[in-house]
Design a protein around this ligand. Structure first.
Ligand code: MRU
Length: 362
C-alpha cells in the first residue's frame, strides 16, 4: 500500500537484498532495514521490527534463504529452522513457513539451497498478497450489504494491527476496508489503541491516515460503550492462529470485543488467511501457546515529545511488577464468520473442512 506517493510492501527484495520496514519506529520514523544474517532475521521477528502473523511467516521464509547464503549444509538448514522457530510462539504462520521451507530444501543439494529458498520466499510473499486481496473481495461483499441497509458510513471496529504492515500487503482485517474505500463506500474505522504495544495507535492509525480513510483512535475499553450506542456496524479482526474448530487466537483484548459484540448483536468477523489455520488443534483455549512478553511493555509507553524526540516513559511505580500475556482466544461461538481467501464460512469444524477439504488432514 502507499507511503506518501510510493507503493510499498512490508517486506521486499531489491536484487538479492531483503528489506523490511522497522515497525518499532512507526508512526514517527520510517526506517528501512536490510536483513543480512540469520541472527538479524530472528531478532527482527522476536523484537517485532516485523510482526503480524502473515508477515512473521514471510520473514521467516526469507530468513531461511538468508541463512542458506552463509551455511547451506544440512546442519545449517536445521539450525536456521530451529533459530527462527524459537522467535515467537503464537502465530502459526511461523511454523507453517518454516516446515514448508524445510521440506522444500532438505532434498535440494546444498549448492542450490540459497537460490531455491529465495525464490520460494518470494513466492510465499506474492501468495500472501493474493490471499489478502481475495479476503478483501469477500469482506467487501459484507460491507456492501451493511451499506445497502443503512444511511451514513459503515462503522467498523478493529483491534491491533491486521493491516498491510502485518501482512506483505493489503492486510487481512483491513483488506475489505481498503477495497470498500476504493469502491466509494463510506466507511469509518474505530481503531483500538491496543495496549500494551499500541499497534492500533502506532500502526493501524498510521495506515488509515496514509490512505485518507476516516477513522478515530479509541482506548481499548471504549468498544463496548460504542456498541451499546449503535456506533459499530461490524467488528473485523485478524488472527494469529485459528483452530480447526474456529477458535480464534488474536491480540490480547480481542476476546472482550467479541463478548461485547455478542451482547449487542454486532457481527464479529475474523479475516483469516488459510496459513493461519492450525489444523492440528481443536481447542484454542487449552492448546494454543500464548506468548508472555516482557512486563516492560506494560510499564512503559513509547511516544514523541513536543521537541520531536521519540522516547519511552514509565507509567507505573518502579516496584510494581507487570504481567503481559500478548494474545487471547475468542471461542468459535462468538465468531459470526471467517473471511477467508476462498469465501466466508462459519467458525466450526464442518464449515471449515468444507471450505478447505484439501488442507484439513495436512
Ligand atoms: O504481536 P503482534 O503485533 O504480532 O500481533 C498481531 C496481531 O495480533 C494481528 O491481529 C494478527 O497477527 C493478524 S495480522 C493479519
Amino acid at each position: 500500500m502507499k507511503v506518501g506517493q510510493e507503493h510499498y510492501r512490508s517486506i521486499w527484495q531489491e536484487g538479492d537484498a531483503v528489506r523490511i520496514i522497522d515497525q518499532t519506529r512507526l508512526p514517527h520514523e520510517f526506517i528501512v532495514v536490510t536483513l543480512e544474517t540469520l541472527e538479524q532475521s530472528a531478532t527482527a521477528i522476536r523484537d517485532m521490527w516485523v510482526r503480524g502473523a502473515p508477515l512473521i511467516g514471510a520473514t521467516a521464509a526469507y530468513g531461511m534463504a538468508i541463512a542458506m547464503r552463509a551455511d547451506s549444509s544440512d546442519a545449517g538448514l536445521r539450525h536456521a529452522h530451529d533459530t527462527l522457530m524459537a522467535t515467537r510462539p503464537t502465530a502459526v504462520n511461523l511454523r507453517w513457513a518454516l516446515e514448508h521451507m524445510l521440506a522444500l530444501l532438505a532434498p535440494v543439494s546444498p549448492a542450490e539451497r540459497a537460490a531455491v529458498a529465495l525464490a520460494r520466499a518470494a513466492a510465499i510473499a506474492d501468495e500472501d498478497v493474493a490471499i489478502n486481496s481475495a479476503i478483501g473481495d469477500h469482506g467487501l461483499t459484507i460491507i456492501q450489504e451493511i451499506a445497502a441497509r443503512k444511511a451514513g458510513p459503515v462503522s467498523i471496529l478493529t483491534h491491533c494491527n491486521a493491516g498491510w504492515l502485518a501482512t506483505v500487503d493489503w492486510g487481512t482485517a483491513t483488506a475489505p476496508i481498503y477495497k470498500a474505500h476504493q469502491a466509494g463506500i463510506a466507511v469509518h474505522v474505530w481503531v483500538d489503541e491496543t495496549r500494551p504495544r499500541n499497534q492500533g495507535a502506532h500502526l493501524t492509525a498510521w495506515e488509515m491516515a496514509s490512505h485518507c480513510i476516516p477513522h478515530k483512535l479509541i482506548v481499548d475499553n471504549a468498544g463496548g460503550h460504542l456498541m451499546q450506542h449503535g456506533e459499530v456496524d461490524m467488528v473485523i479482526v485478524g488472527t494469529d492462529r485459528t483452530t480447526a474448530g474456529g477458535d480464534v487466537c488474536n491480540k490480547i483484548g480481542t476476546y472482550l470485543k467479541a463478548l461485547a459484540a455478542k451482547d449487542n448483536g454486532v457481527p464479529f468477523y475474523v479475516a483469516l488467511p488459510s496459513p493461519t489455520i492450525d489444523w492440528r488443534v481443536l481447542d484454542g483455549v487449552a492448546d494454543i501457546p500464548i506468548e508472555e512478553r516482557s512486563g516492560d511493555e506494560v510499564s512503559f509507553v513509547q511516544g514523541k515529545l513536543a521537541d520531536g524526540t521519540v522516547t519511552r516513559l514509565r507509567i507505573s511505580p518502579e516496584e510494581t511488577p507487570a504481567a503481559n500475556p500478548a494474545f487471547d482466544v475468542t471461542p468459535a461461538r462468538l465468531v459470526t464468520g471467517l473471511i477467508t481467501e476462498r469465501g466466508v464460512c462459519a467458525a466450526n469444524v464442518q464449515a471449515m473442512a468444507a471450505m478447505f477439504p484439501d488442507r484439513v488432514a495436512s
